[in-house]
Structure formats: structure tokens, C-alpha cells
Unconditional design. Structure first.
Lengths: 170, 273
């Protein structure tokens, strides 16, 4: 157990508690959810082993599911994000590559890169989550509106948190 | 053999991914279908305690509304007591047995915006709750108990796209099924009301006696919109729920004292179904 691992385990617990105690209650207009916990998987260090990434995703999703009474649902979407994450990171490598030991954060790589990185992954997460929950494409446009409004809400909160931690590190 | 191992090693990430996704999908399907997920839900005492903490803070703000509802119910009960005291229908009470027992519970967790909403309440097996029992509020039907732990229970809300309640249009006496479509948390659909019936906005919808869960005559809601497509066999009926699920604070769980007797009689008559 090195320092990094302990720090991320702490983040794991913090994201979990924040999600189930605070953000679970925040549902705007009955359609916009905030699933901030996705940011935990997004912000793990770039060189994290994909298998560890997926198991962490599964574990976090599983705990979230216990509180949402939807066993398997959040875990399913989060494992998918964890799987896609490293491929997506490889695809959008900035010129000169990533700095060793750095997380894929806004502070290191800038706003534009961070948006390109996070929006598609959060979108995939929300889309899989809501369509799996709805049990298909039966009410497509309603479900889609939930996906889009939640995407907006989640991204706003993720960006806010990024700016707060950005200031501290400088 | 070595080739196989090489293959497995090369695709280890993808195979792990497949394994985890299949596991999750299995959990999800299993969880939506059956009533007996015992531990991994918000009824386990740790999860319920954490949720209860944040929910208590939130509930503080709806206290006035809850108070008003309880006062109204109180008034209603007083009227009933008065009627009974004035010599009411004595014969009626004499030749019936006590069929239902009520357990009052506080809502510690409730969602309305998901497609499959659940409610967690603070009574469990220690208060005699069992999966399958009906849950009502002062206003109307709420749902049915899905799983219980010692001190908590998870209730499948009427706002769950899997939940179907056998209901009856009170005025015409026609049977239908109330089911939520996943969109508006104030409205459910009443399905399978055939063409020849004339439902009208304002009609009352109550649970039917064919119901395995609810007692007969529990209020479900009021018909708001009635639509009949040209070639359709059944009406499209939108029913406004009697209980506003966003304001749910206290519920009653109905213990059917004669359910076992009815079930065992039916089993002897029809055999295992």
C-alpha cells in the first residue's frame, strides 16, 4: 500500500458518501440526476491497470446500487466506463503525451481537453444507465431527455469540483 | 494449451470486462424480477442508517404538510368513531372476523424520478412484515413490500414500471390494471378497460378484490384523461394518483390475517400454480 493507493481509497469513500447522502437527493425537475461518482473512475491516474480500474468501478457501482435499490445497474454502467476509459485516453493523447504520474485532470491538461475527455464517457454512462433501467427504447425521447439533462448536471458539478481542486494545487 | 493461455492473457482486459458485465446484468435482472434479494439493498441496517440520516434533514421541511394530512385523517377517524358510537351497524361487526392489521411506518428513503422506484421504511421482520404485503398511506395505495431485514423493509413503489395493480373503475365496475409508464410521477395509466365502457374524467379508481396484494377498495386515484384511438381495443386512461409520492412521509403496512387461510384453500382447490 503506497501513499497514492491510500489516497485513492479515501476518495473512493468520499465519492460514495457524497453520492448517497447528498447527490442522491438532488434531482432537478424529476429528470436531471447528478452522478458525480463517475468522476472517481475518470480521474484515477492515467497508467492505472485496466483490470484494477474495472474491479474498482464494479465495487463502487455495487455500493451505489445498494443505496439506489438497483443492484447491478450502476455497476454495469460504471464497468463499461472503466473499460472504455483507457482506450479513449489513448485516442485523445495530446501532443507530447501525458506527464508520468499525473491524473487526467483539468488542471494538468486544460479545459478543452478535459471536456473532450469527460463528456463522451459521462454520456455513455448515463445512456447505458437510463436505457437499461427503462428496459429498452420504449419511451426513447423521454429517456433521452433524462440522459441529456443529467449529462448537463453531472458535467457542471464535475467541472466545479475540478476548478476548486485546481486552485488548491497551484 | 500454451496458445490458449497466451490468448487468455492477451485478452485479459476484455475477458474481465465481459465477466463483470455479465455478472452485473445478471444481478440487475435477478433483482428486478424476484422479491427475495435479502441483503444488498437499502433495507440492510447500515445503508438504511446512512440514508435515514440525510432523509431526516430533508423531511424536516415537509413537516407542515405531514401534520395537515395526519390532522385530516384524525378528523376522519373521529367521525367514524362517532358513527359507530351512535349505534352504527352492529350486526356487521359481529359476523365478520378481523381481516387486516395495520403497522404504521416512517419513510426513510423514497425516490420518484427513476424508472423503478423503491421506498424504504423503518419497520421490518421484527414488526411482522413479510414480502408481498400491501403498503398504503392515508391518501391511497403506495406499493408492496419487496424485501425485509430485521428493522427495515424495501417497498416496490407504484411508481415502478414493473408494478401492476389490479384495479376497478368504481362507477362502472370494470376491471383494469394500473401501471406506471415511467414519465410523470403524478400519473399512472389504467390499462385494459374495453371499448364498450364509458369512463369519464373524475371517475374513481380503486384496487379490486382480485388483487393478491391490496385489500379491496383502496383508493388508487382519479381519472383525468380518457382517450380512445380509432382501432384500439382498450381505452388510454390517465389516472392521477391519490397519493403524491413526492410528499410521502408515513405509510401503513397491511397485514392480511386471513391471507394464509385463503392461499392454502386456493392451493388445495386449484393445486400448485
Amino acid at each position: 500500500m503506497n501513499r497514492e493507493t491510500i489516497l485513492h481509497s479515501l476518495y473512493f469513500v468520499l465519492y460514495l458518501l457524497a453520492q448517497v447522502m447528498l447527490f442522491r437527493q438532488l434531482v432537478l425537475f424529476d429528470t436531471a440526476f447528478c452522478f458525480l461518482y463517475v468522476a472517481f473512475i475518470l480521474l484515477l491516474p492515467i497508467e492505472t491497470n485496466p483490470i484494477i480500474l474495472m474491479f474498482t468501478g464494479f465495487l463502487l457501482g455495487f455500493f451505489i446500487d445498494i443505496f439506489y435499490d438497483s443492484l447491478g445497474l450502476h455497476a454495469l454502467s460504471l464497468v463499461l466506463v472503466a473499460y472504455l476509459r483507457n482506450y479513449w485516453l489513448a485516442t485523445i493523447t495530446p501532443q507530447g503525451g501525458y506527464d508520468a504520474g499525473q491524473g487526467p485532470t483539468l488542471a494538468v491538461n486544460g479545459l478543452q481537453w478535459f471536456m473532450v475527455y469527460s463528456i463522451p464517457l459521462v454520456f455513455v454512462h448515463h445512456a447505458v444507465l437510463f436505457f437499461a433501467e427503462a428496459g429498452g427504447f420504449g419511451i426513447f425521447w423521454f429517456t433521452m431527455s433524462k440522459v441529456m439533462t443529467s449529462l448537463l448536471f453531472t458535467m457542471t458539478v464535475i467541472l466545479l469540483f475540478q476548478y476548486f481542486s485546481f486552485r488548491r494545487r497551484r | 494449451m500454451l496458445r490458449l493461455l497466451n490468448f487468455l492473457y492477451y485478452y485479459r482486459a476484455f475477458l474481465t470486462f465481459l465477466f463483470l458485465e455479465v455478472l452485473c446484468a445478471w444481478l440487475w435482472v435477478e433483482n428486478s424480477q424476484y422479491q427475495n434479494t435479502k441483503f444488498f439493498n437499502s433495507a440492510n441496517s447500515f445503508a438504511a442508517a446512512v440514508i435515514g440520516f440525510s432523509e431526516r434533514t430533508r423531511q424536516y421541511f415537509s413537516l407542515a404538510e405531514v401534520n395537515r394530512e395526519l390532522a385530516e385523517e384524525n378528523a376522519g377517524l373521529r367521525t367514524l368513531v362517532e358513527q359507530l358510537a351512535q349505534g352504527g351497524d352492529l350486526r356487521h361487526t359481529l359476523d365478520t372476523v378481523l381481516r387486516f392489521d395495520y403497522v404504521s411506518a416512517r419513510v426513510v428513503n423514497n425516490t420518484v424520478a427513476q424508472f423503478k422506484n423503491h421506498i424504504t421504511i423503518n419497520r421490518g421482520s421484527s414488526a411482522g412484515l413479510e414480502p408481498g404485503m400491501a403498503v398504503v398511506s392515508t391518501a391511497g395505495a403506495v406499493g408492496k413490500v419487496k424485501s425485509v431485514s430485521e428493522h427495515f423493509a424495501v417497498v416496490t413503489s407504484l411508481l415502478n414500471t414493473d408494478e401492476q395493480v389490479s384495479s376497478v373503475l368504481k362507477r362502472t365496475g370494470n376491471f383494469g390494471t394500473a401501471q406506471w409508464d415511467g414519465t410523470d410521477p403524478r400519473m399512472v395509466n389504467l390499462l385494459y378497460i374495453p371499448r364498450h365502457v364509458q369512463p369519464q374524467p373524475g371517475d374513481t379508481v380503486v384496487t379490486s378484490g382480485y388483487n393478491a396484494v391490496f385489500p379491496e377498495g383502496v383508493l388508487v386515484g382519479i381519472v383525468r384523461e380518457v382517450d380512445l384511438k380509432k382501432e384500439a381495443q382498450f381505452f388510454d386512461i390517465r389516472v392521477e394518483l391519490a397519493q403524491d409520492f413526492r410528499r410521502l412521509a408515513y405509510v401503513k403496512v397491511i397485514k392480511s390475517l386471513l391471507k394464509q387461510e385463503q392461499d392454502s384453500l386456493e392451493q388445495v382447490t386449484y393445486g400448485e400454480r
